[in-house]
Design a protein. Structure first.
Length: 260
């Protein structure tokens, strides 16, 4: 449970209309997330990181056939998207007005009000030290309509990604000092690849279990080189060094990323 510090969700199915907000002629044939695990050390948040583990992010999308296009459904989804956008704008507008009112009325606030509350400091500590593990990602788009008679499949695969906080020398570390203006994150990326398979027969599978097995076999790993893929990005392993600027100083970029 949440309060025990460990939450595990398994076999989460993706809704086929999940891409509707993009307003593109694309739909999900099948998709799921195999496992999401969240570890929150409630009794040691000031010394241990919260960790998220995500495993098997699998998605197969395809083009929408003209015969499947429904103008009423499209208009309904478009209205829903506009409604959400308006709600977000109103929310941000309300927050801006609250900030202005707060700044105008806090000119004589006490030193206690100027300090971060315990809760806000704890939240910042969690965010600064948050770790994430992602294993086995395969996102695939299959198209036989754009160029009839010449089907193709475009896919992105990744064996794993691990992101954690470090000190200024890129050594793994737990950040306690709230005065730090630059937060360092180190990501270790294994076997990220992009393929474009022209003239390929589309994948056939019977249910999520068989889809799981099929897409797993098509992810390049150290012990599994996929010869059937025509790579436009060969599998790469890299370290990703991320610097996050917490100050409102526009002379320094908010996020700086180096690939090694």
């Amino acid at each position: 449970s949440v309060f025990s510090g460990n939450v595990v969700l398994e076999n989460l199915q993706l809704k086929k209309e999940a891409l509707a907000d993009l307003q593109l002629p694309i739909t999900i044939k099948e998709g799921f997330v195999g496992k999401i695990e969240l570890e929150v050390p409630w009794r040691a948040l000031g010394s241990k990181p919260a960790i998220a583990r995500v495993e098997k992010v699998y998605l197969i999308a395809t083009t929408v056939r003209p015969s499947d296009y429904d103008e009423k459904i499209f208009q309904k989804k478009a209205l829903e998207t506009k409604r959400r956008q308006l709600q977000m704008r109103e929310l941000f507008k309300s927050e801006d007005e609250n900030d202005k009112n707060a700044s105008a009325s806090s000119s004589s606030s006490s030193s206690k009000d100027q300090k971060k509350s315990y809760t806000s400091r704890m939240v910042q500590t969690i965010v600064d030290n948050f770790q994430i593990y992602v294993r086995k990602v395969h996102i695939r788009f299959e198209d036989e309509l754009s160029y009839p008679g010449h089907p193709f499949a475009l896919g992105i695969t990744m064996e794993s990604l691990h992101v954690q906080s470090t000190d200024a020398k890129w050594n793994p570390a737990f950040i306690k000092d709230q005065s730090e203006t630059i937060i360092h994150k180190l990501g270790v990326l294994k076997n990220l690849a992009v393929y474009w398979n022209a003239g390929e027969k589309f994948l056939k599978y019977d249910g999520a279990s068989q889809m799981d097995k099929t897409l797993t076999q098509l992810i390049h790993r150290e012990d599994n080189y996929v010869k059937s893929h025509s790579y436009i990005l060969q599998p790469v392993c890299s370290e990703v060094k991320i610097k996050q600027n917490k100050e409102d100083d526009f002379a320094i970029p908010k996020i700086m990323i180096d690939l090694i």
